[in-house]
Design a protein around this ligand. Structure first.
Ligand SMILES: [Cu+2]
Length: 464
């Protein structure tokens, strides 16, 4: 009897091949940052979604839909270990929900209509309550008619601070969005044939926190933490920080294994990056942050102007020292499921975006899950983009690591919850699901999602 445990171990090793990498594949501990113990502190917020009018984009009044009368909505801020309680009231003319993008939370709090909750009807209230497992930059937005509701202005940032936040001079939260405006108003037709067939709705005005003319005045020596979110329906940005000393420290909330130069990151809809920026004491030259996703059509996003007396630069080690496994043997693991991304004609919009040949059109008639995964067990998944358009694929409630693009191994020193898959590209990811439930997997180009590019994956408890 005393040898039984060794027999069991040998058996597991047999199935996985027995190498150190294989053992790491199935090992959850250390795959994500260790969760702080819940502190018992509950942070309560009220959020009301309602139509309103705000001076946005170029300063003229714009009819929008907003959380608490603001676009972006309020930045909700709690510390790791604290519980977020949001009493949400819908004052919109249509049903809605709030999805907490990137947050590992109980499935019932994920805000997906008919799958995790009934949609919140006009004048109804719903209470979201959960204790995030990770510190980081997250966001929230509706998961009902998102291509319209998000475009009209419904989104906000959730910052889960470290239990002991690093002492930056200050912190900036930048929500990058683009607006399709015509005659001083949000272009009123949503899910147009053009937007559905192309890469979603790309606007004609790019804003940071609702403004096209962001200028941040900083003092020489300051060290900033910049939390940046792309809330656009379809537009991808590649922020270039030029001559700034800018290091990428977190992607999609979680810290990197080590800081890397913040250059060329494809900030697709849904993605967040945290950037550690230090302003040299010796220069007062202004700095621009420029989107270079299309090299020939750069967009200036914001400008830093350095002025005033020198300040001492806070000296501390980069917080980017997250536990990010290499999963170096992962490409020899079997592919648990291949998601085929494609397009076909037909359906209510005349064009349907499909996963595995199926369009997810109506939340009320849920399809069977595309895949069933086991909680705590590593899987390798493949996305084959058979279409000529881009698809930022987002998985709810878990993080994954990129393993390969078109068969070429990739070792990104970070986790993600959203990855941009280019036209005709094949992408492999690895992940260890940590929470049971039915989780959405979908394209974050909101028009593509609306026209069907969504599915679910079930995460089930391991068989004892
Ligand atoms: Cu897509």
């Amino acid at each position: 009897m005393r040898f039984a445990p060794f027999v069991l171990l040998a058996c597991v090793a047999c199935r996985g091949g027995g190498s150190p990498e294989d053992r790491e594949l199935g090992e959850f501990r250390g795959a994500y940052p260790e969760t702080e113990q819940p502190t018992g502190v509950v942070r309560s917020f009220e959020i009301v979604a309602a139509p309103t009018s705000l001076p946005l984009v170029d300063g003229k009044q714009l009819e929008v839909w907003a959380y608490n009368g603001q676009v972006p909505g309020p930045t909700l801020r709690i510390k790791l270990g604290e519980t977020l309680r949001v009493r949400f009231t819908n004052k919109l003319p249509q049903e809605t929900t709030i999805h907490w993008h990137g947050v590992r939370l109980p499935n019932a709090m994920d805000g997906v209509p008919y799958i995790t909750q009934k949609p919140v009807q006009p004048d109804e209230t719903f209470v979201y309550e959960f204790t995030p497992k990770d510190a980081g930059t997250f966001w929230f937005h509706p998961h009902v008619r998102a291509s319209e509701q998000v475009e009209r202005g419904l989104y906000g940032v959730l910052v889960v601070e470290d239990a002991s936040p690093p002492p930056y001079s200050r912190e900036l939260v930048w929500v990058v969005d683009d607006w399709l405006l015509k005659d001083g108003a949000i272009y009123p037709a949503f899910n147009t044939r053009h937007d559905l067939a192309m890469d979603g709705r790309w606007g004609n005005a790019i804003t940071i926190n609702g403004r096209t003319d962001t200028v941040v005045k900083v003092q020489p020596g300051e060290r900033l933490r910049l939390r940046m979110l792309n809330s656009s329906n379809g537009r991808v940005y590649a922020p270039d920080f030029g001559d700034l000393d800018a290091k990428l420290i977190a992607v999609d909330g979680l810290y990197l294994r080590e800081p890397i130069a913040a250059r060329g990151f494809e900030l697709a809809p849904g993605n967040r990056i945290d950037v550690d920026v230090t302003f040299d004491k010796s220069t007062t030259a202004p700095f621009e942050v420029v989107d270079r996703f299309f090299a020939r059509r750069p967009n200036t996003l914001a400008r830093f102007e350095v002025e005033g007396p020198l300040v001492a630069t806070p000296q501390f080690a980069s917080p980017a020292r997250g536990t990010v496994p290499r999963w170096s043997g992962a490409l020899s693991a079997p592919i648990a499921h291949t998601f085929r991304l494609d397009v076909q004609s037909g359906g209510p919009f005349g064009i349907s975006w499909t996963i595995d040949g199926m369009a997810f059109m109506d939340h009320q008639h849920a399809m069977p899950p595309a895949a069933t995964l086991t909680r705590g067990r590593f899987v390798r998944l493949r996305f084959t983009n058979a279409s000529p358009r881009i698809h930022p694929i987002h998985i709810h409630g878990m993080f994954f690591r990129l393993l390969a693009r078109n068969g070429q191994p990739v070792d990104e020193p970070f986790f993600r919850d959203t990855v941009l898959i280019h036209a005709r590209e094949e992408v492999d990811v690895g992940l260890v699901p940590t929470d049971a439930g039915t989780w959405m997997l979908h394209c974050h180009i909101l028009e593509h999602a609306e026209a069907g590019m969504m599915t679910t994956i079930d995460v089930v408890e391991p068989v004892p």
